[in-house]
Design a protein around this ligand. Structure first.
Ligand SMILES: [Zn+2]
Length: 202
């Protein structure tokens, strides 16, 4: 049976004619589920009131999950998080003391990408602490450099749009650099995760 994106199939209601049962989730739905459960875990952090409020309903924070060429999901959350969240991509924030982190912020250097390095602009809240940076810097920290299609499901809980699926201006610059110079095609999930993801426009 034909289905259009965004129809009531999202409820998973079995019509009876489909003996197999559950409709398989789209890659964007799977990444969406991971965003939701990661945000819920952060919003109920057992130790930090500031993490709870930043990732709770009113907090301006970002959680992203992505998949390179359909491989296992990689997740990231914005801000400087304690080591109990080290399963998330840390990028240039990983394993650095305060001094090293200050030097890293000042230099603006990036792993993205070999032969044509990105340079970060200075900012009050460093762009290296954004999810998309944490993921790309982690991916490009080893060799060979990654290539192919990176599918990103961004959950940016901004004040203007509580479920923005778009990168912020700074992350867009980084993602566009990767797309232009680093053999990476980037696709973004839509608000409705049943919809086909769209190529990042630069
Ligand atoms: Zn950003």
């Amino acid at each position: 049976m034909a289905m259009t994106a965004g129809n009531s199939a999202a409820t998973g209601v079995n019509t009876g004619s489909n003996a197999v049962g559950d409709i398989p989730k789209t890659p964007c739905e799977e990444l969406n589920d991971k965003n939701n459960s990661q945000r819920a875990a952060l919003a109920s952090d057992p130790q930090s009131q500031s993490i709870r409020s930043n990732f709770g309903p009113g907090g301006v924070t970002t959680v992203v999950h992505g998949s390179l060429n359909g491989g296992p999901a990689m997740g990231a959350a914005s801000r400087l998080l304690p080591s109990r969240y080290s399963h998330l991509a840390e990028g240039l924030w990983a394993g650095k003391n305060k001094q090293q982190r200050a030097a890293m912020k000042k230099s603006g250097t990036s792993n993205v990408c070999p032969g044509n390095q990105f340079k970060y602009e200075k900012a009050a809240r460093p762009h290296q602490s954004h999810c998309e940076s944490k993921m790309l810097e982690t991916m490009f920290s080893g060799s060979p450099a990654p290539s192919g299609t990176l599918l990103l499901n961004i959950n940016w809980q901004s004040a203007a749009d509580p479920n923005s699926k778009l990168p912020c201006r700074a992350c867009k610059k980084l993602l566009c650099h990767a797309q232009k110079h680093c053999n990476l095609k980037i696709e973004l999930c839509a608000k409705d995760p049943k919809q086909k993801p769209a190529p990042l426009k630069c």
